[in-house]
Design a protein around this ligand. Structure first.
Ligand SMILES: Cc1cc2nc3c(=O)[nH]c(=O)nc-3n(C[C@H](O)[C@H](O)[C@H](O)COP(=O)(O)O)c2cc1C
Length: 240
């Protein structure tokens, strides 16, 4: 058995799966691990929607950039920030604060990662699907998401049918600062760009000639879902 640290450090997203299902016991263990994640003020401000209906899965796949692993995965879990449950229990609850979006998003991220780490410990693989935020209102309509429930990300899980390389991360010196924030160290960045260029050139699928700098320039050169503020406010978040 691998140590927890070795397993976490061996992570890579898995986007191709065999037909082998995930057993109910495995799924239960994954969901229990997800729920044991820490929670801000113990609000437990997350709902997970397990999508078992094939038609719904297809519809979500179309709304989430046509990513085929959404329908191919044995399981697809949608993680949502949820303050609707609190209002059902405490109708006078004060909602609409930006802070509550941060609480829901951080709680959900921790639950998602607990789920993925648990799944990987069982020999499964997975990938998150942030593209569920391409059309959040439409997905909300399909799944009957009420006010104060918003889709944040999906998680595809299944038995791996691919063995991708581990993707190199930023050098620690660019990420971890001691006491005071430090500006980017260009020497470290140049080394990382070379490392990423070599990784993208040599990996088994989807080869490309790209550095990390050119990748973030391309992504951040486009607007990031500019409809999001309006959607969040419509769902009862980010009003104050
Ligand atoms: C919140 C979140 C959303 C993501 N959304 C997608 C997605 O929609 N499609 C996809 O193929 N990968 C998605 N990913 C996976 C990232 O592309 C991947 O984690 C990153 O490139 C690092 O690769 P690795 O996980 O293999 O180490 C997402 C990851 C996160 C954390």
């Amino acid at each position: 058995m691998k140590s927890v640290i070795d397993q976490i450090r061996g992570h890579r997203s898995i986007r191709a799966y065999s037909d082998q299902p995930i057993s109910p016991e495995q799924l239960d263990a994954i969901l229990a691990a997800a729920q044991q994640a820490p929670s801000s003020s113990f609000l437990q401000a997350v709902s997970i929607i397990r999508i078992t209906d094939k038609v719904l899965r297809e519809q979500i796949m179309h709304l989430a950039a046509e990513q085929p692993y959404i329908t191919a995965a044995a399981e697809f879990l949608l993680f949502c920030a949820d303050f609707n449950r609190h209002v059902q229990i405490v109708p006078e609850a004060k909602t609409g604060f930006v802070e509550q979006l941060l609480i829901g998003a951080t709680d959900a991220a921790m639950m998602g990662q607990n789920a993925l780490v648990a799944a990987e410990s069982l020999g499964l693989g997975g990938v998150y699907i942030g593209a569920v935020r391409n059309h959040p209102a439409e997905i909300g309509q399909l799944l009957g998401l009420p006010e104060l429930v918003i889709p944040l990300f999906g998680l595809c899980l299944g038995y791996p049918a691919q063995d991708p390389q581990i993707k190199p991360r930023l050098p620690r010196g660019l990420v971890v600062h001691e006491n005071q924030y430090q500006p980017v160290n260009q020497v470290l960045l140049d080394q990382y760009d070379d490392e990423m260029r070599a990784y993208y050139a040599s990996r088994a699928s989807n080869n490309k000639d790209q550095s990390w700098t050119s990748q973030i320039r391309s992504i951040l050169g486009k607007e990031a879902r500019p409809f999001m503020l309006g959607y969040l406010q419509q769902q009862g978040y980010c009003k104050k």
